[in-house]
Write a protein that binds this ligand. Structure first.
Ligand SMILES: N[C@@H](CCC(=O)N[C@@H](CS)C(=O)NCC(=O)O)C(=O)O
Length: 219
């Protein structure tokens, strides 16, 4: 592990699957980056989200530069590591339809997970036609990924860190944490999450809620 880099931080949440993708990639690449936690997920102030007008997290600060979104954060993190960009298999490296579709489906499933959790867990709203469709689409995507996972992994290069694997792992472990879905009928996904979860980057980034400092919790 390299020494901490000055002026570099991930702004996000330990409970966020998008934040975890960036944190795990940093660890995989040997770049030590602290997390600056966002405590109020319901804030409507872009300042809470490192200036992101979309009111989304995570962001990555490198010196005076800020990038918004997990993919941009991953790109910048890779640039901080020696040969980092070449060590990662990026979505745009996928040329065949299977890997192209796999990236599309994992990205969609991560976003559907946010919408389902926001609707059902954070806002505690009863299911409606939109949320039911969102949940169905999430489950369909998981089923598709399970069916094709062996073939996907056969096509991914084994000497690079696949962003696809990081994203899929962070999504799958986020399910029991925020939105339990029965994966017992999806053996390839359950095998994958168990084996990938043994990596040091996964062990170092378990999902948990960031506790606000006492003065912020009780102003
Ligand atoms: N495209 C963004 C999506 C980020 C995202 O949806 N993050 C969630 C947290 S895991 C979030 O900001 N949720 C708050 C909200 O949707 O209002 C990325 O890749 O970082």
């Amino acid at each position: 592990m390299s020494a901490p880099l000055p002026h570099v931080e991930i702004i996000g949440r330990q409970s966020s699957h998008y934040t975890r993708v960036a944190r795990m990639l940093a660890l995989e690449l040997g770049v030590e980056v602290p997390l600056a936690p966002i405590f109020d997920l319901m804030s409507t102030d872009p300042g809470t989200y490192a200036g992101n007008p979309a009111l989304k997290l995570p962001s990555l600060r490198v010196g005076d530069e800020m990038v918004w979104g997990s993919q941009n954060a991953c790109r910048q993190l890779a640039r901080l590591a020696v040969g980092g960009e070449e060590r990662v298999y990026w979505p745009e490296n996928a040329h065949g339809s299977l890997l192209m579709n796999a990236h599309e489906i994992v990205a969609h499933a991560m976003s559907a997970q946010v919408e389902v959790v926001f609707h059902e867990v954070v806002s505690k709203r009863p299911p409606d036609a939109t949320s039911r469709k969102r949940r169905e689409s999430l489950i369909n995507c998981l089923g598709w990924l399970d069916t094709h996972l062996d073939e996907i992994h056969a096509q991914l290069p084994h000497d690079r860190i696949a962003l696809l694997d990081l994203m899929l792992f962070c999504l799958l472990e986020h399910l029991p944490f925020r939105n339990p879905i029965d994966l017992s009928g999806m053996p390839r996904l359950t095998t994958f999450v168990t084996s990938f979860g043994a990596r040091a980057s996964a062990q170092a980034t378990p999902y948990r809620f960031d506790a606000p400092p006492p003065e912020a919790a009780n102003p």
